[in-house]
Ligand binder design. Sequence first.
Ligand SMILES: [Fe+2]
Ligand SMILES: [Fe+2]
Length: 328
Amino acid sequence: METELSAARLEVMQHVGKDLDALMAEYLKPIDQNWQPTDFLPDSSKENFFSEVKLLQESCRDLPYDYIAVLIGDTITEEALPTYESWLMDVIGVDQVNNPSGWSRWVRAWTAEENRHGDLLNKYLYLSGRVNMRAMEVSTQYLIADGFDIGTDRDPYRNFIYTSFQELATNVSHRRTATLSKQFGNPHLSKICGVIASDEMRHAKAYKAFVSRILAVDPSELMLALEDMMRKKIVMPAHFLRESGVKMGDTFSHFSDAAQRLGVYTTMDYIEILESLLLEWEIGTIRELNSGAEKARDYLMALPARLRRIADRTRIPELQYEFSWISR
Ligand SMILES: [Fe+2]
Ligand SMILES: [Fe+2]
C-alpha cells in the first residue's frame, strides 16, 4: 500500500488495539479451560482403544461419498493454517518484532485456537477408515505450498473484512456437517463438528467487532475497502486446492460442488453472510461519508438482491467427481 495510506492504517490499528487484552479475554478462551482434540477421540494409551476405534469406524461406514469429500476439504482448509497465520502477521499494524504486546499476540492466540480444528478433524478422519490419508496429505502439502490469493493486500481493513466473512462461512459449513452427521446416525462426529463451529462463531464475533471499531473512526475508508472486497468476491481460503496430477484449483471446484449439493455451503449462504454483515455494521445508515464512500454504500446495499437474481439462474453440477482422497 502507499506510504501515506499505510501510516493512517497504522494509526487506526493502534487505536483499535489499545485494549487488546480486554478483546482477547472477551473473544478467546483461556488455554487450560479450552477443549483439546483428544477430548473427542479414543485414547490410544487405554486398553479399550481398539474397540473404540472399531465403533468409530462402524459409525463412519455409511456416511455418503459427498459428505466425506466435504469433510476432507474442510479439514485440508483448516490444515492450511500456516498460510493464514503468516499472512496475518504481515498485515499493516501487526508487527511481531517491534510490537510484541500488540496485534501479533492476537494473531498467535487466534492461530493457537484454530490449530485444534485441523488436528481434531485430521485424527478423526485417519481413524475413520474411509480416507486415503496419503492422497489427502499430498493435497494439504500442495495447498500450503500454493498459498492463496485473497485480494486483501496488507490492508488491515480488507483483512478483517475477509476474516469476518470467512469465520462466518466456516461456522456455517461446520454447523451443517454437524447437523448432517446426526442425520446420518453419527452423533460423535456431530459433536466434533459442533465444537469447531462454535469456535468459528466466537472468532467471527471478534473480527466483526474489530471492523465495527474501525468503522467508528474511519467510515469512508472502511466502506471503500468493503466495496472493493465484495466487487472482487470473497474467495475461499482453499481456492487453490488440488490433488496430485490435478490442476491448481480444480479440486476446489469439485469440493465446492459437493458442498453445494449437500447444502453445507451454498451461494445462498454467501449472500446471507453478506446481508448479516451489512446489518451488523449498520452499513445502510452510515452517514458522514465522502462521496466515493457514499456510492460504495449504495452499491453494497443493492448487492444482495443482485446476487440473488444471479444465484437463481446458476445450476449445481449433478456429476459426482472421483476424489483421490476416497475409495468407493
Ligand atoms: Fe477453523
Ligand atoms: Fe476460523
